[in-house]
Design a binder for this molecule. Sequence first.
Ligand code: SF4
Ligand code: SF4
Length: 160
Amino acid sequence: MKTVLRYLQEVALAFRSLWSGLRLTLYFFTHPRKEIITEQYPENRTTSINIPERFAGEVVLTHDENNEHKCTACTLCEMACPNGTIKIISAQVETEDGKKKKVLDKWVYNLGMCTFCAQCIDACPQNAITMKNSFELSVYNRSDLIKTLNKPGSKLKEKS
Ligand code: SF4
Ligand code: SF4
């Protein structure tokens, strides 16, 4: 009797598991239209497209409204990057009191090599860089994937 009961239990379990799989397969028929969560892409790219905030599209150097960034050209992000995606090019400038100071010249980012691991962002002591949820970043020319992230004329934000 015990064996028969166990057998019946197993049959019931099998049907339950079959049904949970079928529920997903039959999603289109079992859910009303308002619950359909797929995007009508690319038709909705300028209207209702929903790119999650946490989507890792590309690394960006943050600039404020005065075109100032927080990068001190310390190169910690470059060292943290596992595949050489970042090149920090610095320059020496003379301050008002005659001292030499290292400043950022070019923050070079190769989007074509980036694996979006965010190790550079974690390594930055200034919170100068972040991951942006950009999409549709493909280009025809591979060299266009190499970008200078500091904007023309930008400078280091003075500490207040
Ligand atoms: S996200 Fe990762 S791969 Fe991309 S630049 Fe940063 S450390 Fe390098
Ligand atoms: S982005 Fe951050 S870690 Fe990279 S060089 Fe600038 S200050 Fe240093």
